[in-house]
Structures are given as C-alpha cells and as structure tokens.
Design a protein around this ligand. Structure first.
Ligand SMILES: NC(=O)c1ccc[n+]([C@@H]2O[C@H](COP(=O)([O-])OP(=O)(O)OC[C@H]3O[C@@H](n4cnc5c(N)ncnc54)[C@H](OP(=O)(O)O)[C@@H]3O)[C@@H](O)[C@H]2O)c1
Length: 235
C-alpha cells in the first residue's frame, strides 16, 4: 500500500468527530508534502453524505484553502468502505456491530480505525461501559474478518478542536494501539499530518480499554469545571 496516496472512508462522517476528521484528512493534501488523501464520507443516506462533502469543501474554501487539490466525496457507508483502503468508524458504539455486519466483506485486508468509546450516563456524568470483550476495539476486532487490521486511535481528541481548522493550533497527544505494526505506523503518520496531534504508540490492541476509559473522564472534567474540548498532554 502506498502510504502517500490513500482512499479513506469515514463512516458516520456526517457527525461530530467525523466532520473534524474529514477536514483534517483532506487538508493534509495541502499541508503534508507528497500526501494525496481521497476522503469519502459514508452515511446511511447517500444524499446526507454528498451534502456533508459539499459543506466541507465550501468550509475549506471559505477559510481560504485551495480546494483544487482536495478530494472529498459522499457515498453510502457500504460503498465508502468498499472503495477505501482505510476505514474510520465515527459512529456510536450502539450502532457499530450492526454496521459491521452490513459491511463485513468490504473490510477484508483493510485498516479499520476505531475512535469508538462505549460510555453511558450516570446521573449528570458519564462512565465507561465496555462490552464483555473488554473494550469497543476488541469487540470490533471480533466482528470483522481476520484479515482486517484494527487500529484504535483518536478516542481522547475533542471533535471541537479537530473541526476548528483555523484557530486550533493546540497539539494534543493521540494514543494509537494495534496488533499490526505496519498499520499502526501508517495511522500514526496520518495522525501526525493532522497538524494538531502528536501520535504516541499505545501498544497492542488489548490496551485500547485504557485509552477508551479516559474519554468519560475528559467529558466529566469539562462539565464539572465549565471547560470545553479538553484533550490530553502527557509530557
Ligand atoms: N464527539 C467527540 O468529540 C468524540 C471524541 C472521541 C471519540 N468519539 C467517538 O466517535 C464516535 C462518533 O461520535 P460523534 O460524537 O461524532 O457521534 P454523532 O455525531 O452522534 O454520530 C455520528 C454519526 O453516526 C451516524 N449514525 C447515527 N445513528 C446511526 C445508526 N443507527 N446506524 C449507523 N450510523 C448511525 C450518523 O450518520 P448518518 O445519519 O449520516 O448515517 C451520525 O452523523 C463515537 O463512537 C464516539 O465515542 C467522539
């Protein structure tokens, strides 16, 4: 796989963190030398995906970026997964397993990135609520073909900071876990090219539960302390 020219599908890319991912991955074509990402937004509705692609392109244009070197298109979740080499699951955990069932064959030999955090309300706050496998990442691995390389990443990155492509210069640490060394390396490179993230190797996929469990802490800290879009910096 040529790591500089990639088709990347963002399933549920019409949503909150999906929108930020779309903008940041598309912008890499202008910011990182030699990179050419074709970004495909996936949705349950092709029309919603096409509209989201148009919105993303006009936002980039309004911010003064040259969109002639940027590729963002919209499609159904299945067609997006079929077309891509890398698939990112930006949907809530409750919807993940039914979607994986629908797109299973399309995931053969692909890299599948999960930022998915299973959490539940506990009064006014959130708690981590992993499935019996121990984490969303391990449940996802169990439900995809053995040839799919699952990479857990972006759990602790607030959507607001990803979407704020003009003002947000803050750099947060972004932990990446996988059992596949090559896939992890490629995702760490994509992460670095986001411009606002510092990738850190988080170890094998079984470590994903520790990463996933930090997100409710960030959300609760933001709420309790009237802060917004908290991220993590370990150093
Ligand atoms: N938001 C954050 O800051 C953040 C940070 C780190 C990790 N995450 C993780 O990223 C994932 C997405 O979070 P989000 O806040 O972006 O979610 P979201 O905006 O609520 O939803 C994302 C997308 O999910 C799709 N969707 C809704 N119901 C569905 C269903 N029944 N089946 C299939 N797709 C469905 C929708 O797309 P269509 O209607 O177009 O199909 C929607 O745009 C979550 O797992 C979350 O834990 C989020």
């Amino acid at each position: 796989m040529n790591s500089e020219k990639l088709k990347i599908a963002i399933l549920g890319g019409t949503g909150n963190i999906g929108e930020g991912m779309v903008l940041r991955l598309a912008l890499q074509n202008l910011m990182a030398e030699g990179v050419k990402n074709d970004v495909i937004i996936g949705s349950r509705s092709r029309e919603a995906a096409e509209d989201a692609a148009k919105r993303a392109l006009s936002e980039l244009e309004n911010c003064g970026f040259d969109t002639s070197r940027i590729s963002i298109t919209g499609s159904s979740n299945l067609e997006a997964a079929q077309a891509a080499e890398i698939v990112i699951l930006t949907i809530r955990f409750d919807h993940v397993l039914p979607l994986l069932n629908e797109i299973n064959e399309a995931l053969e030999n692909k890299i599948l990135i999960t930022p998915v955090v299973p959490m539940a309300k506990d009064g006014d706050l959130f708690v981590y609520k992993p499935p019996t496998e121990g984490s969303a990442a391990l449940a996802i691995q169990k439900n995809v073909p053995p040839s799919t390389k699952v990479v857990a990443a972006f759990h602790n990155i607030p959507a607001g900071k990803l979407k704020d492509i003009v003002k947000c210069k803050a750099v947060h640490d972004a932990l990446v876990c996988s059992d596949d060394a090559e896939a992890k390396k490629l995702v760490m490179k994509l992460t670095e090219h986001m411009g606002c993230l510092k990738p850190l190797d988080g170890g094998p996929l079984k470590q994903a539960s520790t990463m996933e469990s930090l997100t409710p802490l960030l959300v609760n800290l933001a709420k309790l302390n009237r802060l917004k879009d908290l991220g993590i910096n370990f150093s």
